[in-house]
Design a protein. Structure first.
Length: 297
């Protein structure tokens, strides 16, 4: 039975990334449950390369050339056209474990018709402070399946009728819509779940300079999404203090899940202070109306 729509965004593409669209496509072709895939929907501002054409051979593919669409706009464009009972997100800079789809389908199918989505455990590829940033940006980490109050835009399988009815809100902002979508499907009466068996590897920074730029970009998106939701924005310093408290608490609760030892905790806390300063610089830029920082990954 083919009942999964696989959606590829390409907004995260960059020629210097260690993980490229071709790598993601190959990983999805090699899934243990690849025979469950009904269609691939790729949204990109460009045509497919010869290598990508080769990787798409034998697959029912719709390649949508759409210029100017951001990350969640690409996802929403594809979701609207999807036909599958299930919708899985395949980012151009992430590689799923070989059994990701098999585990995802097993998880969501057994949970009942009131479950809208199941998110898995994502880690960044190895690099400077990759464990700490994984915990900061992918808080869905755990040893056992559990209820979930957030979602991840890439490491998630959705019930098709749920996500087509409640698409990603505020998709003109490159980050934040996944968290709000999880809240919206909850308000609509759906449940959201986490399953650690769904493992995914995400492209990462090549150095601290790229880390700073990415964190500043994230801070800009934090402020922009708060503005979209009509929330009070209290300034970068107060926001940074609150963010550091959240990250420190998460570190003490979940550090073992991402491989952070007790001896490393002081260094991790220093990194989170640095992270909050970097994010604060982007947050301030958003409040002042300055241009969005460029994220290298």
């Amino acid at each position: 039975m083919r009942d999964v729509s696989l959606i590829f965004e390409t907004d995260n593409e960059a020629p210097f990334h260690a993980i490229r669209l071709r790598d993601a496509m190959l990983a999805w072709r090699n899934q243990t449950a690849a025979d469950r895939v009904l269609e691939w929907i790729v949204v990109s501002p460009r045509p497919a390369s010869p290598e990508e054409e080769r990787l798409m051979q034998g697959v029912d593919v719709r390649w949508l050339e759409r210029e100017g669409l951001l990350y969640y706009q690409q996802k929403n464009a594809a979701i609207a056209l999807s036909r599958g009972r299930w919708v899985a997100m395949a980012d151009s800079d992430s590689i799923p474990a070989t059994d990701w789809l098999e585990k995802a389908l097993a998880a969501i199918d057994k949970l009942g018709p009131d479950v809208a989505l199941v998110s898995g455990s994502t880690m960044y590829a190895r690099g400077p402070f990759f464990r700490e940033l994984s915990l900061a940006h992918f808080p869905a980490q755990g040893a056992e399946p559990a209820d979930l109050q957030c979602a991840c835009g890439n490491n998630t399988i959705f019930r098709g009728d749920a996500v087509r009815g409640v698409p990603f809100p505020g998709d003109h902002i490159r980050h934040g819509a996944d968290m709000e979508l999880a809240r919206n499907v909850g308000h609509a009466g759906w449940r959201t779940r986490f399953d650690p068996s769904m493992r995914m590897l995400h492209n990462f920074a090549r150095g601290l300079g790229e880390l700073w730029s990415h964190c500043a970009f994230k801070g800009y998106c934090f402020a922009s999404y708060e503005g979209f939701l009509g929330q009070e924005r209290r300034g970068s310093v107060i926001n940074g203090i609150g963010r550091f408290r959240v990250l420190a608490q998460r570190l003490f609760e979940k550090r073992r899940l991402v491989g952070i030892s007790a001896l490393r905790v002081p260094l991790s806390l220093l990194f989170y202070a640095w992270y909050c300063v970097a994010a604060g610089s982007g947050y301030s830029r958003a409040l002042s109306g300055a241009a969005e920082p460029v994220s290298p990954f």
